[in-house]
Design a binder for this molecule. Structure first.
Ligand SMILES: NC(=O)c1ccc[n+]([C@@H]2O[C@H](COP(=O)([O-])OP(=O)(O)OC[C@H]3O[C@@H](n4cnc5c(N)ncnc54)[C@H](OP(=O)(O)O)[C@@H]3O)[C@@H](O)[C@H]2O)c1
Length: 289
């Protein structure tokens, strides 16, 4: 793809940092947009900053995604995750820019108990999932050239800003080194995905005109307990990992018990570059991604 001007919203976030690096490596003109420069919930700011910047592609990672905070204040969640995304979609349409917007596995309720494809009907269980789903619909109806990219259980080297700077991998590494034993749930199934893989896959997809809705997850699935076991195994950590008893860590907000994703859309266009979740973890721990 010839060099493009690429606005990356949430550029200092966990996923945003890898997008800056992956798109930057290909010689694109990167415009990193952090929260201080542009609040996506502010329609006027979005119009002004994006019309000054005139990007060819807008990548949006910005979200209010602390699930408990969204449940406590759904108005704030919808302001960012739904209306904020609407402002971006309108600006993208005005500027004739491509909008790639990151969404979530939490649009599903988990009842399927098998990996979710793009054709499965969403049914969010909480305010966060509902607000993100509303954002998806705005993108799909308002931005003619769009990618809606659902990701889940993500981890990267840059701190996850909405979750106190940690992700599951960095939390397990810290706890596993500190504690003689740990208890982790095995009744929630996910597709743990490194943000570097999402960034590489996003570069490949944005080179095409295969616009639409895509799942972008590492292949395969596991429980959080199995994921923790692999982290400890690969990192050589000897803590005694136990299965948490049902109800031991009661969730304050309902969450899907199963939210593994299948990259059916990427497979259909012959462009599924995502690693198996174990390989992705290995690369992350080796510092190769
Ligand atoms: N983390 C996960 O496990 C997970 C799972 C599924 C889907 N996702 C989705 O993946 C995306 C990226 O997640 P992440 O882990 O990279 O998040 P992150 O590290 O918390 O980064 C989010 C970025 O968005 C910015 N932001 C928040 N509200 C904003 C607003 N109103 N206007 C402009 N910028 C704003 C944040 O800036 P400040 O910190 O300065 O506010 C931060 O730079 C999100 O859309 C999320 O919904 C994440």
């Amino acid at each position: 793809m010839p060099p493009k001007r690429i606005a990356i919203i949430g550029a200092n976030g966990q996923l945003g940092s890898d997008l800056v690096s992956e798109f930057g490596k290909r010689g694109h003109d990167i415009v990193p947009l952090n929260h201080e420069r542009m609040d996506i919930g502010d329609a006027e700011a979005v119009r002004r900053v994006l019309s000054e910047t005139r990007p060819d592609i807008i990548l949006n990672t910005a979200a209010m995604h602390n699930v408990e905070a969204c449940e406590a204040d759904p108005v704030a969640a919808f302001r960012v995750n739904a209306l904020g995304v609407r402002h971006l979609a309108l600006a993208a349409a005005d500027l004739d820019a491509v909008l790639a917007h990151y969404s979530t596995d939490y649009v599903f309720d988990g009842a399927k108990q098998a990996p979710y494809a793009e054709t499965d009907a969403p049914r969010p269980l909480n305010a966060y999932g509902n607000s993100k789903l509303a954002g998806e619909y705005f993108v799909r109806s308002l931005a003619p050239r769009h990618f809606v990219l659902r990701v889940g259980a993500i981890y990267g080297h840059a701190p996850c800003r909405a979750k106190g700077g940690r992700n599951f991998v960095t939390t397990m590494l810290a706890l596993g080194r500190e504690r003689p034993f740990l208890r982790v749930v095995d009744d929630e199934i996910v597709s743990p995905t490194p943000t570097a893989a999402i960034a590489g896959q996003s570069v490949a997809l944005c080179q095409t005109e295969h616009y639409g809705l895509y799942h972008m997850a590492a292949r395969g699935r596991c429980s959080w307990h199995a994921f923790a076991a692999s982290i400890f195994d690969l990192a050589g950590i000897k803590t005694d990992l136990q299965v948490a008893a049902p109800g031991e860590f009661p969730a304050k907000v309902p969450r899907p018990a199963y939210s593994a994703l299948e990259n059916a859309g990427l497979a259909r266009i012959g462009l599924d570059l995502m690693p198996d979740w174990r390989d992705g973890l290995k690369q992350f721990l080796d510092g190769r991604s």
